[in-house]
Design a protein around this ligand. Structure first.
Ligand SMILES: [Cu+2]
Length: 172
């Protein structure tokens, strides 16, 4: 008798599950809010504003005010996060981006794609360095420029200023 009750209970539970499948789509939102609420609308992406004190990017071979001569092999450094090619979104994973003469991007902002002529370069294969040449970086004319390393997640959403580093360089 006890076994029968358990069997019936299990069958009932199974039926109940079948009758009430979990929703497969998120509730539709009617209003699209601008940047400050963007994370609410993108449940698949990590809250890119939640940067811990041990997480940062840096330039391993470049100092503030450094004189450089092109071509220059620029290395990209990151601590507390992992560089992977842009595929699925994972917490604390992403890739590097370089911006010439642009400030760090606010968190949850989409990195401009295919805008190299405007000074936006993304390294979605997980590259850890690039060669600064005048051919690829024509905006690096002689004189002072800012160069910003910006970490972003696999869908090119910025992790924000906390995961960026900006230096001024003097191109000779
Ligand atoms: Cu990217």
């Amino acid at each position: 008798m006890k076994n029968l009750i358990i069997t019936l209970f299990a069958a009932a539970a199974f039926t109940a599950c079948n009758n009430a499948p979990a929703p497969t789509t998120a509730p539709e939102t009617t209003a699209v809010e601008p940047a400050h609420d963007a994370n609410m609308d993108m449940p698949v992406a990590q809250d890119t504003t939640a940067i811990m004190p041990n997480q940062k990017v840096f330039f391993p071979n470049l100092k503030e005010g450094q004189n450089i001569k092109l071509p220059f092999i620029l290395k990209f450094g990151v601590e507390g996060m992992e560089v992977k090619p842009a595929m699925g979104v994972e917490p604390n994973v992403g890739h590097h981006h370089i911006m010439i003469d642009h400030a760090a991007l606010p968190a949850n902002t989409m990195f401009p794609m295919q805008k190299e002529t405007e000074g936006y370069y993304h390294f979605g294969k997980g590259q850890l360095q690039d060669t600064l040449s005048f051919k690829k970086y024509p905006m690096l004319t002689p004189g002072m420029h800012t160069i910003t390393l910006q970490f972003g997640n696999s869908v090119h959403m910025s992790y924000g200023p906390a995961m960026s580093k900006t230096l001024t360089i003097n191109v000779k």
